[in-house]
Design a protein around this ligand. Structure first.
Ligand code: DO4
Ligand code: MG
Length: 293
C-alpha cells in the first residue's frame, strides 16, 4: 500500500494506492497525520488505511492523471554516501581523474564502522513528482543519484519508503571533499516521490530493483539498474548514526546512497527528463532546468 498527495480542486488530497493501482482518498491531512492516528488507535497504518477505504469507491482516475505533490514535506532530508561499491568507485574516479594509486578516504569510509551521512535538503529545496530539478551554474559535471529513501518518525524508526534523487556535482566534490555541501545542496537539488510505501508492506527492503533512465530530446541517453541487495550497510545502521545525539524531526527522509552512476563522460543538461523507478514504490519523473530558471 502506497500513500500519495495530489492537488484536488486547488487543495491537497491524501490518498492510498493499492497493489491493483486503485486510488482511494483518505481523510487525513498528510502522511504524518495518518501515522499519528494509527498510533493513537493502537493499530498499524496499513490496518487504518484498509479500514478507512473499506466499502469506498476507487477514483476513476489513474495515478498518471493526477497532479501529484511531494508525498511528504520532509523538514529535513539527510543522505548516506558510499554505501555501494559503485559509488565508492565513482568517487575515486572523480577525485583522482582515474589516476588512483593509493587508498582514498572513500575506500576508508566504505569499510569504516561509521557511515558517511550528510545534510542534503530541506522542504523548500525539495521538489516532487513531475517537478523541475535545477542545475548549478558553476558545475560542468552533474548527475542524478537515484536512491531509496527512508521516511522516519522522530525516534528514527522507518515508517515508509520512497524514492529520492540526490542531485550531485561530481566536479565540485572531486575538486575537494570539503566542498561536499556545495556539490550536494542548492535550490531544487533534491526530489522525492511519487509515493510513500508503508514500511509494513515491504517484505524485504534489500530486494528492491532500482532503474534509472535519462532522456534527452526524447531519446534514451542513459540507463542503469541495480538492486538494494548490493547495499553494503543495514538500513538500521544508517538510521542509528543519524539519530545519535541528534534531534530528529518527524517525517525526516534519509536517502541511502546511490548504486547507479552514469558513464563518466555524461553530464545533465537543460531539458533532460530523469525517471527513477523502484519496484513497489513507483517512478519518480523530473525535468532538468538550467540555473536561474
Ligand atoms: O561522498 C559523497 C557522497 C556520495 C553519495 O551521495 C552517494 O554515495 O550516494
Ligand atoms: Mg547520493
Amino acid at each position: 500500500m502506497r500513500i500519495i498527495r495530489y492537488v484536488k480542486e486547488g487543495s491537497t488530497q491524501l490518498a492510498a494506492v493499492n497493489d491493483q493501482e486503485q486510488i482511494f482518498t483518505l481523510p487525513q491531512g498528510d502522511f504524518l497525520a495518518l501515522i499519528h492516528e494509527a498510533d493513537a488507535l493502537g493499530t498499524t497504518p496499513l490496518a487504518l488505511v484498509l479500514k478507512t477505504i473499506e466499502g469506498s469507491e476507487a477514483l476513476a482516475d489513474q495515478i498518471e492523471q493526477l497532479q501529484l505533490l511531494v508525498p511528504i514535506e520532509a523538514p529535513e532530508v539527510w543522505a548516506a554516501g558510499v554505501t555501494y561499491e559503485r559509488s565508492r568507485d565513482a568517487r575515486n574516479y572523480e577525485a583522482t581523474e582515474g589516476r588512483l594509486d593509493a587508498s582514498t578516504f572513500y575506500d576508508k569510509v566504505y569499510d569504516a564502522v561509521r557511515p558517511e551521512i550528510f545534510f542534503k535538503s530541506t522542504a523548500a529545496r525539495t521538489v516532487g513528482p513531475g517537478g523541475e530539478v535545477q542545475l548549478r551554474s558553476d558545475s560542468v559535471w552533474q548527475v542524478p543519484e537515484p536512491e531509496l529513501g527512508l521516511v522516519l518518525n522522530a525516534k528514527g524508526n522507518i515508517v515508509g519508503y520512497t524514492i529520492g534523487n540526490d542531485m550531485s556535482c561530481r566536479d565540485i566534490e572531486g575538486e575537494n571533499p570539503l566542498y561536499l555541501p556545495q556539490a550536494k545542496v542548492w535550490k531544487r537539488s533534491c526530489s522525492l516521490g511519487p509515493a510513500i510505501r508503508l514500511a509494513e508492506t515491504v517484505e524485504d527492503p534489500y530486494n528492491l530493483q532500482i532503474t534509472s533512465l535519462i532522456y534527452r530530446d526524447g531519446e534514451k541517453a542513459v540507463e542503469g539498474t541495480a538492486s538494494t541487495g548490493q547495499l553494503k550497510r543495514k538500513l538500521e545502521e544508517l538510521t542509528e548514526y543519524l539519530i545519535r545525539d541528534n534531534e530528529l524531526f518527524e517525517g525526516t527522509v534519509l536517502l541511502t546512497g546511490t548504486c547507479i552512476v552514469p558513464p563518466n563522460e555524461f553530464t545533465l543538461a537543460h531539458g533532460d527528463r530523469i525517471e527513477i523507478e523502484i519496484s513497489g514504490i513507483g517512478t519518480l519523473v523530473n525535468h532538468v532546468v538550467s540555473a536561474g530558471r
